[in-house]
Design a protein around this ligand. Structure first.
Ligand code: NAD
Ligand code: UDP
Length: 331
């Protein structure tokens, strides 16, 4: 029997890559999305596939369907978008997760949750291991996202503990690549679009804050490897680590300052006349971020393969190609 998979948020950046990969592997894929930040342009190429279905639906509203696996990705991920409607953001994380877990409980589906490095907040421990509890402001501008994601992790943990729903969670560190929206607002798409259009490169603060950037293909490979493990293998692994919840950091530990990222972007677009300009640092912007990926290496035999220089070149090729127009016309 062909495996049936639901991807909430599947018209977004990461979800569209996952949908394409799972279809290529022969699975039946349903994408559910309300197109808040996603776009149909990301899934146009999939619509003709008889194993693909798109449902326009908001995950905060209950839904029904029989699936073997549910990947819950629905949630705006860029600070400018999740702060656009903060109440909706926290509702999407919490109620969306609740609806997914209720469906999984009734239908015995496996659940995969895409949490975030933001649950560590502005971390006091560096790099961040899964055992770190984080340093998060509950009432700041980023809290609708950070606390929503933390609450969704809590729901996953409690549905696993109480009702034995088969849940896996990953904490994704800054990921980039094709299918990001040009107006997404995150740093890599901003810098590339600014450089391609000879606009100022907007460095927030002095550009000394760091991030660790992962190319999307590395993430999708880890997601599939984790979802495909038997629950008994996962349970035994976490038990051996004296941890009781299946959660993994997935990211590329190569750490760069934001200024270094701007300089590398300009190096790769030498014809650009853009200049670096400095703008105020948004409140609660984490100063450093880098994943400890020891657990993912041991459990999945996984490590990222695509360095920033190579991934950035692929992203630049994408944004400067004809897809750019599709995206811009699709909003
Ligand atoms: P994205 O904004 O491109 O995709 C999110 C998708 O969710 C969009 O298609 C959007 O329309 C959809 N969505 C939002 N609210 C919804 C709702 N109420 N109902 C249905 N659909 C809804 O962002 P992305 O980078 O692809 O992120 C996907 C997931 O991965 C998110 O949950 C995000 O928190 C997580 N994540 C991403 C990163 C990253 O660096 N890209 C890092 C950490 C975590
Ligand atoms: N940033 C920047 N210029 C931009 C967009 C972002 O300097 O045009 C900075 C931002 O302040 C943060 C880092 O780049 O320190 C990463 O921002 P992004 O929004 O991509 O992700 P997050 O803050 O959620 O890690």
């Amino acid at each position: 029997m062909t495996k049936k998979v639901l991807i909430t948020g599947g018209a977004g950046f990461i979800g569209s890559h996952l949908a394409r990969r799972l279809l290529a592997d022969g699975l039946e894929v349903t994408v559910m999305d309300n197109l808040f930040t996603g776009t149909k342009a990301n899934i146009y190429a999939l619509l003709d596939n008889p194993r693909f279905t798109f449902i326009l639906h908001d995950v905060t509203q209950p839904f029904w369907g029989q699936f073997d696996e549910i990947y819950n990705l629905a949630c705006p991920a860029s600070p400018i978008h999740y702060q656009r409607n903060p109440v909706e953001t926290i509702k999407t994380s919490f109620l969306g997760m609740m609806n997914v877990l209720e469906l999984a409980l009734k239908t015995k589906a496996k659940v995969f949750y895409t949490s975030t490095s933001e649950i560590y907040g502005d971390p006091e421990i560096h790099p961040q291991p899964e055992s770190y509890w984080g340093n998060v402001n509950t009432i700041g501008m980023r809290s609708c996202y950070d606390e929503g994601k933390r609450a969704a992790e809590t729901l996953c943990a409690d549905y696993l503990r109480e009702y034995h729903v088969d849940v896996r969670m990953i904490r994704i560190f800054n990921t980039y690549g094709p299918n990001m929206h040009p107006q997404d607002g995150r740093v890599i798409s901003n810098f590339i679009m600014q450089a391609l259009n000879n606009r100022d490169i907007t460095l927030y603060g002095d550009g000394s804050q760091t991030r660790s950037f992962q190319f999307v293909d590395d993430l999708i490979r880890a997601m599939q490897a984790f979802m495909n493990l038997e629950q008994s293998t996962i349970t035994a692994f976490y038990h051996s680590k004296q941890m009781n919840m299946p959660v993994l950091n997935i990211g590329n530990p190569d750490e760069y300052t934001i200024k270094e990222l701007a300089e590398e972007t300009l190096r790769q677009i030498p014809e650009s006349t853009s200049q670096l300009v400095y703008m105020p640092l948004p409140k609660d912007d984490p100063k450093r971020r880098k994943p400890d990926i020891t657990l993912a290496g041991e459990l999945l035999n996984w490590s990222p393969r695509i360095p920033l220089r190579e991934g950035l070149a692929k992203a630049i090729a994408y944004f400067s190609g004809n897809n750019k127009e599709n995206f811009e016309n699709s909003r």
